[in-house]
Design a protein around this ligand. Sequence first.
Ligand code: C5J
Length: 221
Amino acid sequence: MSVLIPAKPFAYPLDPGRTALVVIDMQRDFVEPGGFGAALGNDVTRLQAIVPAVAALLALFRKKGWPVIHTRESHLPDLSDCPPAKRGRGKPSLRIGDMGPMGRILVRGEPGNAIVRELAPVAGEVVIDKPGKGMFYRTDAAERLAALGITHLVFAGVTTEVCVQTSMREANDRGFECLLVEEATESYFPEFKAATLAMIAAQGAIVGWTTGLGELSAALD
Ligand code: C5J
């Protein structure tokens, strides 16, 4: 039976046996100084501020014993999965694959590509390395979720309007019921976060729902 979570634009029908948490790209590359986000000229402290909220959400799902999926935006060391169009954009000072203070930028296995310590995956949790912004592009996310019988996805992570929104749109197109937790997602640009939250829930949940961490926790306790 569904649990109704107070949400925008209307209550989200969470199915306890079929729900997974997806934490998008809470990796050092985006959240800590010296990574990809900082190399692009962004203030990473905005993203650091949501770590406690994401940790609380993780604790809630772990307590329930519900599946947790982490993603990392990352490329193979030979960059064969990084289109020149992607590598060529941004600031020329530090591009994907270049050596930075935390190893090679956005490259799999480098220190900067690790999920931040406070949110590190625990045994049994799925980690998906994705070369694109969306979690389904060139990954086995669809097969992994199908194997777990998942139909409902609760989203957190960074950045709201890039990898979180792209992943939610991909999931929505694949038939998943998607909920984004407002305090557990952030952008380098507050106006982009606000616009993304609004457009997700607009037009009768055209992409999905949004809710507060307090609302979700209270409804599940
Ligand atoms: C970006 C992401 N912003 N995880 N990646 O390049 O949102």
